[in-house]
Design a protein around this ligand. Structure first.
Ligand code: SAH
Length: 465
């Protein structure tokens, strides 16, 4: 089984950085079901191609399974070593796991940037027909090319096999491409080599975040990914529908909400936003930066208040900026509103003249996404070069995590968090920075404060002295 990934983004050899695999080396990884090899048949500056070759060990597979397998002949004659299946998903997550998470120390920006990519699968079993192949990949922005193989070239009368060589092409981030393959490849296959349990629902929802809820084939994807186990499928579907409804509701104007909505308890997100807005208002700030603005929820609120004359949202993720632009209906804003607001693509760890000259900056739930060695660069960019009068910064309070029933003890709240601070750790960091750059800092809780563990979110308000 062979997965080939190519790009003609230039310099194309950056693919090696993105995949965290050196183009000059042939590397082998031992996996539970065999071996995975990574190598580059082509490493030009104009085009670069990486291959992931899976060497599934059919004998080991039979031994490990023992008597479980009921179909005896299947032990000797099966397609497992040759087709793209859930084995490929496991290999992607183990061999290209960091790339799939969108992390790249050497090219952090590029990891978040959509680039022209193609992926070729040799071979994918497509029993539901070629149309299904198109219906799955095309809504995600790929073009699909498929060639069906005959069952046996020597006996054409036997007809066609379900096996296809498939190439998908699109301008996506590498992380998106790998995530789409991770979720969708097993959807085509009838078998799944590992047990489908509750955590599969979690995996599907986590990897499907941001795209699966809106996918027109969402139901079929969830059903097949969860191998037709109806209870799990219903659970996943209910949560996907919920996600879609939340997104749709967020897109609607808030002032049409019925009265009783106002009495509903506010979500932590809303409380955080309210707290940040209150600080910005109280500081009398007119020119505001929202650094790591994400999908633009705070920007949307800022736009409603005339006090804020100039509002700039910055994010390293193009996808987040596109969503923000959609949320704000930026293209349709009246010119006066549009002039107040700007979305810029940039990173908080590089000095950038566009972020100088503002009264205040909000940095809401962003620092925990930065690699700790980059914090020093972020600190200088914000407090030394941009130097706004006020900085409002929020971050999770790790102590509070024990109260989150669904969060395992050793996990962070989001898979992209590089760290989460206790209150003492956050205060230490903030005090040091304030002292170094001539700011004062005070700390405020956000969300319900718990006696021993404090609030779920911690906020620091820095003021230039
Ligand atoms: N402030 C938003 C989004 C928080 S999620 C909110 O509260 O809803 C964190 C955001 O930080 C993401 O959108 C991510 O793309 C962005 N981000 C991560 N690293 C960044 C960097 N180096 N520069 C700018 N933005 C970054």
């Amino acid at each position: 089984m062979l997965l080939t990934i190519s790009t003609d983004y230039q310099p194309a050899t950056d693919l090696g950085f993105l995949l965290h695999k050196h183009p000059d080396r042939f590397q082998t990884f031992n996996l539970s079901f065999g071996q995975a090899h990574v190598f580059y048949p082509e490493t030009g500056a104009e085009c670069c191609t990486a291959c992931l070759l899976l060497d599934v060990d059919p004998v080991g597979m039979v031994r490990r399974r023992g008597r479980e397998q009921s179909f005896l002949l299947g032990q000797y004659v099966n397609d497992r070593p040759y087709v793209a299946s859930s084995f490929l998903s496991v290999a992607i997550s183990q061999v290209f796991g960091t790339a799939m998470l969108g992390r790249c120390k050497d090219r952090p920006e590029l990891a978040q940037t959509p680039i022209p990519l193609s992926a070729r699968l040799e071979v994918l079993p497509v029993r539901a027909g070629e149309g299904f192949l198109h219906r799955l990949f095309e809504p995600l922005g790929y073009t699909v090319e498929a060639r069906r193989h005959p069952l046996d070239e020597r006996f054409p009368e036997w007809g066609e096999s379900p096996y296809h060589s498939v190439t998908i092409r699109g301008t996506r981030t590498l992380s998106e491409l790998l995530t789409h393959l991770y979720v969708l490849v097993p959807v085509f296959d009838n078998e799944k080599h590992y047990f489908v349990g509750e955590d599969e629902v979690e995996k599907l929802l986590a990897k499907g975040a941001g795209w699966l809820a809106q996918h027109p084939e969402r139901d079929a994807i969830a059903r097949r990914y969860l191998r037709h186990r109806s209870a799990l499928y219903r659970q996943a579907l209910a949560r996907l529908v919920e996600e879609e409804q939340i997104e749709a509701a967020e897109d609607e104007s808030t002032d049409r909400q019925p009265e009783d909505m106002l009495e509903k308890p506010l979500s932590l997100n809303e409380q955080r936003q309210g707290a940040v807005l209150a600080v910005l208002r109280a500081a009398g700030a007119r020119r505001i930066l929202d650094l790591g603005c994400g999908e633009g929820k705070l920007l949307q609120e800022l736009l409603k208040e005339p006090q804020f004359e100039r509002i700039v949202g910055m994010d390293v993720s193009m996808q987040a900026l596109q969503r923000a632009s959609r949320r704000l209906a930026y293209e349709r804003l009246p010119p006066i509103q549009r002039e107040r607001m700007e979305l810029i693509h940039g990173s908080l760890i590089y000095r950038d003249s566009r972020v100088a000259g503002f009264d205040a900056a909000a940095v809401v739930e962003v620092v925990e996404h930065l690699d700790p060695p980059r914090l020093a660069a972020f600190e200088r960019v914000l407090f030394e070069f941009a130097r706004p009068g006020t900085v409002v910064l929020t971050t999770p309070n790790r102590e509070y995590n024990v109260l989150w029933e669904t969060l395992p003890a050793d996990r962070f709240r989001h898979s992209d968090h590089r760290f989460e601070w206790t209150r003492a750790e956050f205060h230490d960091w903030a005090d040091r920075i304030a002292a170094r750059h001539g700011y004062s800092v005070r700390f405020l809780p956000v969300g319900p404060e718990e006696e021993r563990f404090g609030p779920p979110t911690q906020m620091g308000v820095f003021a230039l002295e």
